[in-house]
Design a protein around this ligand. Structure first.
Ligand code: SF4
Ligand code: SF4
Length: 111
């Protein structure tokens, strides 16, 4: 057994290289929805999401992916949201999650 066969290791697939990521759209998203900078990724929005119960939509995963510049398949995922606004009511940090989704959609369309 080598020294790397036990203990904690970070899976390479989960490493996010922020230096390599294009964060331009994320910066634009922050300027359009300033409350997003207070997000602590708690997941309340996901736990309460109406669409999540029916489609498996995960709002936290989508905005985290967006912030990391991981856009693959994101537009289709975002279309599962019905903009009901329930997630806005439960966010402990006052993030306007509904505006977040609308603007993520717009930024993906604009590119
Ligand atoms: S509920 Fe608010 S703070 Fe928590 S992950 Fe969602 S947007 Fe972020
Ligand atoms: S606005 Fe979208 S993300 Fe928020 S609770 Fe409704 S369906 Fe879910």
């Amino acid at each position: 057994m080598s020294a790397t066969d036990f203990g904690f290791t970070i899976s390479t697939t989960r490493i996010v290289d922020f230096d390599a990521a294009n964060r331009q759209r994320y910066e634009e998203l922050l300027s359009r929805v300033p409350s997003y900078k207070y997000c602590i990724a708690c997941g309340n929005c996901t736990a309460t999401c109406t669409a999540g119960g029916m489609t498996g939509f995960n709002i936290r995963a989508t905005h985290l992916k967006f912030s990391r510049g991981q856009y693959e398949g994101l537009a289709d995922e975002l279309n599962k949201c019905m903009l009901c606004g329930k997630c806005v009511l439960v966010c402990p940090r006052g993030v306007n999650t509904r505006a977040l989704i609308v603007n993520m959609r717009k930024l993906l369309e604009e590119s």
